[in-house]
Design a protein around this ligand. Structure first.
Ligand SMILES: Nc1ncnc2c1ncn2[C@@H]1O[C@H](COP(=O)(O)OP(=O)(O)OP(=O)(O)O)[C@@H](O)[C@H]1O
Length: 451
């Protein structure tokens, strides 16, 4: 079951993207700053979320020169790109709205290279959604990093709010860890994914005004074809500018099971809240259990409460490790990762490591060689195949055909509801490699983390 997303106190941003020239605008410092920034073409100044609060000025009302390589799309253009938001292009749905795959060719817009994209369409309800959309544009439009999903553009037209991202071939981590597309994620792949995500968070935290991501969880970690990870979903992120505004400090938002205790109980939001959430995801990677599993008995329902006592005890640690790894991991690596999770999950935020320390602790785990070799499984997605069948078993590499449908296409009945969508999502084509296969085919440089 999907963990509940909570938002206890809504915030309100009285911003309209409608190009209405008669619209009454407020005169306040934020507006003046925005207009000033819009005139600065030579020097790029940073724009913060708080610049938009209590202002009726919109992104469309001034030049968006502060955004880096962002294209503005019309709703019609996005309809064309996604083939009319066709069910065949449907990728899934989150709290923000539905996501569709699309294609742009290089003739589409000047400076936009031909590529597949993911188009996220905001559900048309309430002011909360607009704030999430704006946070994505303001934060992702200005911050570029190999471990943050690249925002290509946006659409803000009448009531339509859409976002256009680079397309991530392997979907999100939640699908691989819990829905097990084609088998368990190998240990080193898990470490690689964690390092990428940790680098993304470390980058955000090192900004002049630290960006707090606030919704770190597997479904927000997207994966590229080589399992490089990127953070997506910045709708709940704060860019450190909102403290001055009481509307923002009153908000407690996130996903059940991942939020830090001091944030839930006292609304205390710092970069250490993200470190706690990272600890929860690290624990999920070790155990392949979700942060909250409602069907379990009271004792095992909350992953952190259940697992924390066992993290520092080498004898008990083995009991909680994902059994589908079948022992194919570095024991030393697992111990180091468990000790790190323990620190990240400390009740005292000051005792948690910074994300930079987390990266430094995880990176050496990739080099640990005490990994037991198991059978290598290489699952090849074959369009049109109808059943799972072993097709080849040569040397130590087993090749398996996977039941699949054409990439990014789902069965037509997905509109029957969220449950069906989830089922259909699981039928998307994914190829899965064992760590050793990846080493063999691409060399160890695959694990050289991106700068
Ligand atoms: N850039 C992208 N490339 C490929 N797939 C994507 C991309 N962005 C989102 N998706 C897919 O679209 C679906 C919905 O994603 P979305 O981020 O809206 O919600 P979520 O993270 O699953 O849920 P929540 O909103 O609760 O965090 C997911 O299956 C996700 O993997």
């Amino acid at each position: 079951m999907k963990p509940m997303r909570f938002s206890w106190k809504n915030i309100c941003l009285p911003i309209s993207c409608i190009n209405n020239t008669n619209q009454k605008t407020t005169t306040n410092l934020s507006k003046e700053r925005l207009l000033m920034l819009s005139r600065q073409t030579s020097v790029r100044s940073k724009v913060y979320l708080s610049d938009f609060s209590n202002s009726t000025i919109s992104l469309n009302d001034f030049s968006n020169s502060f955004l880096i390589d962002i294209h503005i799309f019309t709703y019609e253009e996005l309809k064309t790109i996604t083939q009319g938001f066709s069910k065949y292009n449907y990728l899934g749905e989150g709290g923000f709205g539905e996501v569709y795959k699309g294609f742009v060719d290089d003739s589409f817009k000047i400076g936009l290279k031909a590529q597949p994209v993911a188009v996220k369409a905001l559900k048309q309800e309430g002011g909360q959604g607009h704030r999430e959309w704006l946070a994505e544009v303001v934060i992702l439009g200005q911050l570029k990093h190999p471990h943050l999903v690249n925002l290509i553009g946006y659409c803000c037209e009448d009531d339509h709010r859409l976002l256009v991202y680079e397309y991530m071939e392997r979907g999100n981590l939640d699908e691989h860890l819990f829905q097990k597309f084609g088998g368990a994620l190998p240990w080193l792949t898990r470490v690689k994914i964690l390092i990428g995500a940790a680098k993304g968070l470390a980058f955000l935290h090192k900004e002049e005004k630290p960006v707090i991501y606030r919704d770190f969880k597997p479904s927000n970690i997207l994966l590229s074809s080589d399992f490089s990870s990127k953070l997506s979903d910045f709708g709940l992120a704060t860019d450190g500018s909102e403290g001055e505004d009481s509307n923002f400090t009153k908000s407690v938002m996130g996903t059940e099971g991942y939020a830090a205790p001091e944030y839930i109980s006292a609304g205390q939001l710092t970069t250490m809240s993200d470190v706690f959430s990272f600890g929860v995801v690290l624990l999920e990677m070790l155990t392949a259990r979700k942060a909250v599993e409602k069907y379990r008995s009271q004792r095992g329902r909350n992953l952190v409460e259940w697992a924390r006592p066992m993290l520092k005890d080498p004898n008990k640690l083995e009991r909680i490790i994902d059994p589908s790894l079948e022992g194919r991991y570095s024991v030393e690596g697992i111990r180091k990762a468990a000790a790190l999770a323990y620190q990240c999950l400390s009740h005292n935020p000051k005792s948690r490591p910074t994300m930079t320390t987390v990266v430094k602790t995880l990176e050496p785990i990739l080099d640990l060689k005490d990994i037991q070799n198991g059978p290598f499984v290489y699952i090849v997605p074959v369009a049109g195949a109808t059943e799972v069948q072993d097709i080849k078993c040569k040397d130590d590499v087993k090749v398996v055909k996977e039941e699949t449908v054409k990439e990014a296409k789902v069965l037509p009945q997905h509109r029957g509801g969220r449950k069906n969508r989830r089922k259909n999502k699981a039928k998307k084509s994914r190829s899965v490699y064992s760590d050793t296969t990846l080493y063999k085919s691409l060399g160890t440089s695959l694990y050289t983390p991106a700068k």
